[in-house]
Design a protein around this ligand. Structure first.
Ligand SMILES: [Cu+2]
Length: 407
């Protein structure tokens, strides 16, 4: 599944991916060296991203008042910030949370794209609940039918891209990915919500459930990668005692949801990019090379978590970095990374902001960095300076508080 090219840009010196770095980092002997190297590389990328952002129209006056948060994806961290999630939060206080999966036609960085979304939103709507709540989620699957008739039965081979289910990732609840709900049988079948079907999930949150940041996404084997890698992920906040601490309660809260979007040219709709291979073409490509328009390309890994022709990284739905692969047979397939315009976030002097960071990407570490001295007259005191967030992990326990103050 990880027959991947090294990601250009992030590791010029070693040629290693951040994932490989993580492994190295976990090895006792290499731990310190690796961490230091990651920091250096993040810092280098960050500085160039910041320069690009500032030369891209952020004036000295604005920079003077800005606290800058850098958050990177596969290759380079971006200088980001974002407006508060404006979507009305779906709450779990007794009512049903309605989630509907469907294709979403939109434009991304000038490309016409066909993504997948919960309730038409990428990321999906914020769900909030409290310890002791009963969280009720009704999942309606409106993804279009997909022909998997040639699937041979290997559950790791992509199939059933029209079927989904729901994983409330990180919540301390009864297991709900397999049937019957609550089973611990390793051979139990997965819950599958087919196209046109609806399933109701009821989660009893224990009274001592830890408050924090979690997320939801599909977790049906065979379609997870395609679905998460085209937009299906959303945040869950469990609010508890810590949220009642006056200083924390008063802080402005901002969700930073990072996702990645894998795209290939549609074979049926010219000009459209999507993650929806021609029916049954994937069986020829799994573990090998992607076939597009009936021809083998140099994209490796097939339609799994391998190479994408076009790969975007989003922050709250807006792209901040992209990778492009030339998939022409015989041509270079090394991904070409491009930093896109970054979002900035302004923190008033003395203001306390609480960021909730979600790495909802399929396969990439997310280095994040907070600049102590962004701008010309602002100093920032981050609780967490540089760390990485692995896919499926959220900065919940290490919630980041950033304060800014005048020198
Ligand atoms: Cu999960």
């Amino acid at each position: 599944m990880s027959d991947k090219s090294p990601r250009q840009g992030m590791t010029k010196k070693s040629g290693k991916s951040l994932k490989e770095k993580r492994v190295a980092k976990n090895a006792k002997s290499a731990a310190k060296d690796s961490a230091a190297q990651v920091r250096t590389e993040i810092q280098e990328h960050y500085e160039s991203a910041r320069d690009a952002a500032q030369s891209g129209g952020v004036g000295a006056e604005e920079a003077d008042r800005s606290a800058v948060v850098a958050l990177g994806a596969a290759a380079a961290p971006a200088v980001v910030g974002c407006s508060k999630n404006s979507d009305a939060a779906a709450t779990g206080h007794g009512d049903w949370v309605e989630l509907e999966t469907a294709m979403k036609e939109t434009t991304l960085d000038g490309h016409q794209v066909r993504l997948r979304a919960y309730n038409g939103k990428i990321p999906g709507p914020l769900i909030e609940a409290r310890p002791g709540d009963t969280l009720r989620i009704r999942l309606k699957n409106s993804l279009p039918p997909y022909d998997s008739s040639a699937w041979t039965g290997d559950h790791n081979v992509p199939h059933g891209l029209d079927a989904t289910n729901l994983h409330v990732h990180g919540l301390d609840v009864v297991p709900h990915i397999f049937e019957p709900v609550g089973t611990s049988d390793p051979l139990a079948p997965q819950i599958v919500v087919g196209p046109g079907e609806t399933k109701e999930y009821v989660f009893e949150l224990p009274a001592d459930h830890p408050p924090g940041f979690n997320f939801y996404h599909p977790h049906k084997h065979g379609s997870t990668s395609a679905q998460v890698g085209s937009g299906l992920a959303g945040p869950i906040i469990i609010r508890g005692a810590i949220d009642e601490v006056p200083e924390i309660k008063a802080a402005r809260e901002i969700v930073l949801a990072v996702q990645d979007i894998g795209l290939f040219p549609s074979e049926n709709d010219p000009g459209v990019w999507q993650y929806l291979p021609v029916q049954n073409a994937i069986w020829q490509t799994f573990g090998g090379f992607v076939t597009i328009f009936g021809k083998r390309t140099n994209l490796r890994g097939g339609f799994t978590t391998g190479d994408y022709a076009l790969h975007y990284f989003l922050l709250n739905g807006e792209p901040f970095f992209k990778e492009e692969h030339d998939y022409t047979p015989g041509k270079e397939t090394e991904p070409k990374g491009t930093q896109l315009p970054v979002q900035r976030f302004t923190i008033a002097p003395g203001e306390v902001v609480r960021f909730r960071m979600l790495n909802g990407a399929t396969d990439n570490m997310m280095p994040r960095l907070v600049d102590r001295n962004a701008g010309l007259g602002t100093s920032i005191t981050p609780l967490n300076e540089i760390s990485t967030v692995t896919p499926g992990i959220f900065a919940s326990s290490c919630w980041t508080e950033i304060t800014s103050s005048r020198w």
